[in-house]
Design a protein around this ligand. Structure first.
Ligand SMILES: [Ca+2]
Ligand SMILES: [Ca+2]
Length: 188
């Protein structure tokens, strides 16, 4: 059980009750202190009042209180242009896809509709900047043919599947191609 701060009110709250959070805490250090950070997705957030656009937060190991177990002041990660009902943050993953040794934050918006293709989905990569923060995201990774309903990013795994020792990005698109697809983006 992880307790987080309540950004919207004055008290503490278990935000799992308020948001459908997704956690990736498999030991990924995004800040460089050798301690794992927590990446959470709040896909039902309404950033800027945009309905269900979603958000994600990095809870940095440096700021975890050993007394309260709280992670105050999480770093927000948002798509540059929040999209209604994109559900950004429905799936999150952390892994070093840039090759600098620091885990990067990967956030999916499976219900994003790029080019008007309904729920085709998008995946965003926010590279760790080496100073405890994040660089602006890469251009979003989208389904190659923008299949409607592909739900790109419903699952994400960062793992070396090509055998060169570098982590690759593996993205599930359960509605892609009609029967579902797994798309592999090899490490550069
Ligand atoms: Ca850390
Ligand atoms: Ca990195």
């Amino acid at each position: 059980m992880v307790w987080l701060d309540d950004r919207d009110g004055g008290g503490r709250s278990l935000r799992f009750d308020l948001y459908h959070l997704t956690l990736d805490n498999r030991g990924a250090d995004m800040t460089g202190d050798g301690q794992a950070d927590v990446l959470s997705g709040a896909d039902m957030d309404d950033p800027g009042g945009v309905f269900l656009a979603g958000a994600a937060f990095v809870h940095r190991s440096e700021e975890r209180s050993v007394n309260t177990g709280l992670w105050p002041n999480p770093v927000p990660l948002l798509p540059p242009i929040p999209e209604t009902q994109a559900r950004f943050g429905l799936k999150v993953a952390a892994g070093d896809v840039t090759g600098d040794g620091l885990a990067d934050a990967i956030v999916a918006a499976p219900d994003a509709s790029p080019g008007g293709s309904n729920s085709s989905g998008e995946v965003w990569v926010f590279p760790a900047d080496g100073n405890g923060g994040f660089l602006p995201p890469w251009a979003p990774i989208r389904h190659p043919s923008l299949d409607p309903g592909a739900l790109m990013g419903t699952d994400i795994v960062v793992a070396d599947v090509t055998g060169d020792g570098k982590p690759d990005l593996v993205i599930g698109a359960p509605g892609g191609g009609g029967t579902g697809e797994v798309l592999i983006y090899p490490a550069p």
